[in-house]
Ligand binder design. Structure first.
Ligand code: ATP
Length: 342
């Protein structure tokens, strides 16, 4: 069983000014464009960005598989790739689909691997248990579901008892059950004291298990911080159904809240519609930002305006991500544009 490391040893990962330009037949393509990133020790850190935003290139540079053009990277304070051998045993990574012999059992595959890397084979049973494959170790790899195959790959990375796990899009190609298995496994590994860095373009997936995230676009970090902090920053939005939308909007705005009437008559100016609707009784739907549902009910009821419907809706990571990466719909072209702007 791997030992949980204390969380007071500084960040697991620091990256400063990281750059990588690929040369292609069509010219130069900036993949990573002066990236700064910090990953705290302990917990799950989501590394999020649209396809082509530079996540895989960054991970490959961290692991010494691609040479950066410029920048500094440290894993647990050790500069990499220069001193990667000093820290490599503390890092486990999956950057491609797992490859095992189809006819070998999970246990046999891991035993061979443990012997090859000089790890006691007694670890094999432990790591199978850690990824929830304890009962399936004697089954062949070919009989595993995709989620189980991916969990066996995670088990392989755990043989060295690493403190930092790096997974590049680990749920790609999995069905909802497989995604759930990997998510649960990653959360459990982090709860045992490890740091898990997981890249993804599926926000809802990461939002549920990540403690902190870095959102990247065009090879740069656009937002970074705790999931709760990023989501909370926009304020809560509440949908409110009322009979007098004009009067309700006025009351809420006078109390200092951002209130909008969603369903005004087509083609009508917003202010004009509200003026007309002030005394009218029509069913209306408002969105109100920054007010607690109880406060909205109290304010409106105080003016004789009865709330018929009240639905709090959270601004999720997906919304934040879309707002931040709106310009990244065409990754290749934006990368080239980013280079031109450099
Ligand atoms: N070996 C390569 N040669 C040329 N260009 C590359 C190479 N690898 C990546 N790129 C380009 O660099 C940019 C960043 O790619 P990268 O794979 O790092 O992004 P990503 O965020 O991991 O995307 P995805 O989610 O699609 O894997 C893209 O424009 C991509 O086409």
């Amino acid at each position: 069983m791997s030992v949980a490391h204390p969380t007071d040893e500084g960040p697991a990962l620091t990256i400063r000014g990281l750059r990588k330009t690929y040369r292609t037949v069509r010219g130069r393509r900036v993949a990573v464009h002066g990236l700064d990133m910090d990953v705290p020790t302990g917990g799950v850190h989501g590394f999020l960005g649209p396809n082509g935003s530079g996540k895989t290139t960054t991970i490959r540079m961290l692991l010494g598989l691609v040479r950066p053009d410029a920048g500094e990277m440290r894993i647990f304070g050790t500069p990499v790739p220069r001193e990667l051998p000093a820290v490599v045993d503390r890092v486990g990574a999956i950057v491609e689909s797992p490859k095992f012999f189809p006819g070998f059992t999970g246990r046999r595959s891991l035993t061979l691997l443990a012997e090859a890397i000089g790890t006691p084979t007694s670890r094999v049973g432990e790591v199978l248990d850690e990824v929830g494959l304890g009962g399936r170790g004697e089954d062949t790899f070919r009989s595993y579901s995709l989620g189980m195959k991916q969990r066996l790959a995670i088990a392989a990375t755990l043989l060295k008892a690493p403190d930092l796990l790096i997974f590049d899009e680990p749920t790609n190609g999995l069905d909802p059950a497989g995604i759930h298995e990997i998510r649960t496994t990653m959360r459990r590994l982090a709860d045992q004291g490890r740091t898990v860095l997981v890249s993804s373009h599926i926000l809802s997936e990461v939002e549920q298990i990540a403690d902190t995230v870095s959102i990247i676009g065009r090879g740069r970090v656009l937002a970074q911080g705790s999931v709760a902090g990023l989501i909370g920053a926009g304020g809560e939005t509440v949908e409110v159904g009322v009979r007098h939308p004009g009067a309700a909007v006025r009351v809420l705005r006078e109390a200092g809240f951002a209130a909008e009437w969603l369903a005004r008559p087509r083609g009508q100016d917003a202010a004009e519609a509200l003026r007309q609707a002030e005394d009218e009784e029509v069913a209306g739907l408002l969105t109100v930002t920054g007010a607690h549902p109880a406060e909205i009910t109290r304010l409106l009821a105080g003016q004789g305006l009865w709330v018929e419907r009240l639905v709090p809706s959270r601004r999720g990571l997906e919304q934040i991500f879309l707002e931040l990466t709106e310009d990244d719909a065409l990754p290749a072209r934006t990368s080239e544009r980013a280079e031109g702007a450099a």
